[in-house]
Design a binder for this molecule. Structure first.
Ligand SMILES: Cc1ncc(COP(=O)(O)O)c(C=O)c1O
Length: 392
């Protein structure tokens, strides 16, 4: 008899970031004073003009099916947005609105990867990429970038990993977990190589608005004329607008890929929640309000980034690079001689500090802190971290 589970289901691991978050939430529910740096989730509320637009949509009865690929006005607004970002000739049919940035990534991979295809994933990587590739029967091929390379891979490293089975390269800038931001030139070299070899790029740009130190994130589909035909940009509203629970992702894809993704979505989830999309549309209809809301959140993230960065670097045995994007720091803890899993479970048990082991992202010498938490949690967490490290 075959096993009860499919091969896909038997091989998939649960998301380790959600596991840590679950454990820390459980401890909190038991009344423990946990400093939770685990979740990749802004601690701000969704801006009120977005919530109001969604509430109005519900009141107005916008609670029925809409086209599976998204609200036409939202798709058009997103197409205009990508044209403004420098991607040539994007039209509404190139855009899919999905139930979350995570699902946009899955749609992109599902649309291009067949069983046996290889997918190049720079490491450290976001936890879900390898599992999604495996769910599509693909083979993840990791290319390592360490602290000394600012956690970025070069075009020549990617070239060395290419084989005739390579179908897709996954890029994530700004990066979760490292916060690294590729420059336009760095992206351009990689994308041009992909175009030349007729390999797709999935550029996960969900953190593209969250950059610091004057750095700007360039859209990978804008770096050269042909990029539009080979780059699939995935993104979403969760991180920029503190809308994690709304489940709204986006995809900007070449014509054939967008059409395939639209069919996959229409046969699996149908439309992402209709009234949530009216909330998202408010972002484009109230640009001034949106830009004020994002700048305010960004200023807080930046202050917390520097607080955590300086605090971590002042602890003996820890070194942390200055990340320029997203809301994560990825310090190196290898000097303590513990695996990242042991380090994280010990500090959670002994000091009630929740952080994510780097092994989940393919880097066992590091741990991930999300600084989308209050200043007081950062202060307290740093004190506990210093006490913990001094004992090791
Ligand atoms: C790199 C990256 N991509 C995609 C997502 C998915 O975001 P969501 O599904 O909440 O829109 C996340 C969330 O943690 C992420 O870190």
């Amino acid at each position: 008899m075959n096993g009860r589970l499919s091969n896909w289901a038997s091989n998939i691991a649960p998301s380790p970031t959600l596991v840590v978050d679950g454990k820390s939430k459980k401890l909190k529910a038991e009344g423990k004073d946990v400093c939770g740096f685990g979740a990749g989730e802004p601690d701000f509320d969704t801006p009120s003009f977005i919530k109001e637009a969604c509430a109005k949509a519900i009141r107005d009865g916008k609670t029925k099916y809409i086209p599976a690929s998204g609200l036409p006005a939202l798709r058009q607004a997103l197409a205009d947005f990508y044209v403004e970002r420098g991607v040539p000739n994007v039209k509404a049919p190139n855009i899919i609105v999905s139930p979350g940035g995570k699902f946009s990534c899955y749609l992109a991979i599902k649309a291009v990867v067949s069983p046996g295809d290889e997918v190049i994933i720079p490491s450290p990587y976001w936890v879900s990429y390898p599992e999604m590739v495996k769910l599509c029967g693909g083979v993840p091929v990791f290319v390592a970038a360490d602290d000394s390379a600012d956690f970025k891979v070069s075009a020549s490293q990617i070239k060395a990993a290419m084989t005739e089975k390579t179908k897709l390269i996954i890029l994530n800038s700004p990066s979760n977990p490292t916060g690294a931001v590729y420059t336009g030139d760095e992206l351009s070299e990689i994308v041009k190589l992909a175009v030349e070899k007729r390999i797709f790029v999935m550029a996960d740009e969900i953190y593209s608005f969250l950059t610091y130190d004057g750095k700007k994130a360039v859209c990978a589909a804008s770096v050269c004329e042909q990029a539009r035909d080979w780059v699939i940009v995935t993104s979403g509203f969760s991180k920029t607008y503190a809308m994690t629970g709304w489940r709204l992702g986006t995809m900007c894809a070449p014509d054939d890929i967008a059409a395939a993704a639209a069919s996959i979505q229409s046969q699996t989830t149908s439309n992402a929640t209709s009234f949530a999309q009216f909330g998202a549309l408010a972002v484009f209809e109230n640009r001034d309000l949106a830009s004020v809301a994002v700048s305010e959140m960004l200023a807080s993230f930046d202050r917390r980034r520097l607080m955590l960065l300086n605090g971590l670097n002042s602890i003996k045995g820890i070194s942390c690079r200055r990340a320029e994007g997203a809301f994560y720091l990825f310090p190196n803890i290898s000097s303590f001689g513990l695996s990242s899993t042991d380090f994280c479970s010990k500090i959670l048990d002994e000091e009630l500090v929740a952080i994510v082991p780097g092994i989940a992202f393919g880097a066992d010498g590091n741990v991930r802190f999300s600084y989308a938490v209050s200043d007081s949690v950062i202060e307290k967490g740093l004190e506990r971290m210093a006490r913990f490290c001094a004992k090791l």
